[in-house]
Design a protein. Structure first.
Length: 321
């Protein structure tokens, strides 16, 4: 799967003969991501101006959304979950805005360098390659992988920070010494549940079996950490890219039928023109349905992404009982 995604990116770059930031598709992606971030910040600033004792308009919408995220975080982690609401809210808003931005009808502009040297598009007989003026950031695997890396680093950072904090012993006698001891306590989760097996087993089984299982658990736990990274990125990318491709193919086919309908009417074939026109109308209805499904899927994927992030954070900062 990862190899095919990498091949897809390389093929896209090779199609224009350019790689990196010189590739127009990559520049469009960076510009689109900047626009989405700017829009999210602008909406947050506008909502903040409308909050108060009685929030109204956009402020009320964002406040209800914040309370919803806060309730989810407290259900997972108790009162300490409120510390992670701003981060989770930022993840949710960016992913949601990225997903929904793909629903915008954005035209394409022709790449002047895509035609053969010394020929115009109409003379070459080849279709001119086009690049969208705006591309939904979550359609690119680069964006979803970057988001997954942010999520991956965040829950490891929060888990490490909690173990480095010095906390006094509670009524149950459980505290946290922090510092170097806290670091090794955080590191110990990579060989869980080896300590439990060491306590439960005795005799030769303890000394022969537990060390072998400890090596196995270390490998499995490390693989699990990176599996989270891969699953977060591929899940978001696959769903949004699939919806984007279906919508693109439907609109492209619709434009072909519209062109054939116009040609048929110009040739005097009323029946053929009407038939192609009906097919275009049917495809338009299908694309509108896909648009509605895409809006719902975009929200669901944003919800899943930030809830999984909160779940991973909850796992590493949970209080021991």
């Amino acid at each position: 799967m990862i190899q095919s995604l990498g091949t897809l990116s390389l093929a896209s770059a090779a199609a224009t003969g350019e790689a990196g930031f010189a590739n127009p598709a990559n520049r469009t992606l960076v510009a689109s991501t900047t626009v989405v971030v700017a829009v999210v910040i602008l909406l947050a600033w506008m909502a903040r101006r409308r909050t108060g004792l009685v929030p109204h308009g956009l402020g009320a919408v964002v406040e209800h959304l914040y309370d919803w995220v806060d309730e989810l975080a407290r259900d997972m982690m108790g009162s300490q979950g409120r510390r992670y609401v701003p981060f989770a809210m930022s993840i949710f808003l960016f992913v949601l805005a990225s997903n929904w931005s793909g629903l915008l009808p954005v035209p394409k502009f022709a790449d002047a360098g895509s035609t053969p040297a010394g020929q115009h598009a109409q003379d070459s007989g080849e279709q001119v390659a086009g690049h969208p003026l705006f591309e939904a950031p979550s359609v690119s695997f680069n964006t979803t992988l970057a988001l997954a890396v942010v999520s991956f680093l965040s829950f490891n950072f929060y888990g490490l920070r909690k173990n480095l904090e010095v906390r006094p012993a509670s009524a149950r006698g459980t505290g946290n010494r922090g510092g170097i001891a806290g670091f090794f306590k955080w590191l110990s989760h990579f060989w869980e549940p080896t300590p439990m097996l060491w306590r439960d087993l005795s005799g030769a089984m303890r000394y022969l079996l537990v060390p072998l299982l400890a090596c196995l658990f270390i490998v499995l736990n490390v693989v699990e950490e990176f599996a989270r990274l891969i699953s977060l990125s591929i899940r978001l990318y696959g769903n949004i890219f699939g919806e984007h491709e279906v919508k693109t193919q439907l609109t492209s086919t619709m434009s072909v039928f519209l062109g054939q309908s116009e040609t048929a009417f110009q040739a005097g074939s009323v029946g053929g023109g009407a038939g192609y026109g009906m097919m275009s109308l049917l495809l338009w209805g299908s694309s509108f349905f896909v648009l509605c499904v895409g809006a719902l899927a975009g929200f669901i994927q944003a919800f899943i992404f930030f809830v999984l992030t909160l779940s991973y954070i909850s796992h590493v900062v949970a209080e021991e009982h």
